[in-house]
Design a protein. Structure first.
Length: 149
């Protein structure tokens, strides 16, 4: 029996995949649990249209992410931290502070998308590097400068 997966399912496939499984498995488990639906001709047409629209949206998101990656590569983000008179940082600089600084500069970035290179060595005022994941496979490295507040 051909089915269309309504969600990702380990061992079978990903959402919107068209796959063949045994009839009993589909009728008794996958369809009642809401994991899949029967792949009728009408459902296949709807799936094709949905995939076409999804591809269009994905292309637009990918283009925006690539543009943001180019902008980020040339920017230096400034992050303030409390420091001693010698320039040592009290506490640490974390992804939350970087996300706030990026959001102030016009990027909609969540802190979970940011990775700080060598984060445990940020102990003084200076310039450091970080990476942000903008889209599935699009990442951008950017420089941030820690200054004394």
């Amino acid at each position: 029996m051909e089915i269309i997966l309504l969600q990702d399912y380990p061992g079978l496939g990903h959402k919107n995949d068209l796959i063949k499984v045994r009839d009993g498995y589909a009728r008794n488990y996958l369809i009642p649990k809401g994991i899949a639906k029967v792949a009728t001709e009408q459902a296949k047409k709807v799936l094709a249209e949905n995939l076409k629209q999804q591809a269009h949206k994905e292309a637009k998101l990918r283009q925006i992410a690539e543009e943001n990656a180019k902008k980020l590569a040339n920017m230096v983000i400034k992050v303030g931290a409390k420091t001693s008179s010698t320039g040592k940082i009290f506490g640490s600089v974390n992804t939350i502070q970087l996300a706030d600084a990026l959001n102030k500069n016009g990027f909609q970035i969540d802190r979970k998308q940011i990775t700080i290179y060598d984060a445990e060595n940020i102990k003084e005022v200076g310039t450091y590097k970080a990476k942000v994941k903008l889209y599935r496979d699009i990442t951008a490295d950017f420089t941030f400068e820690v200054y004394s507040e």
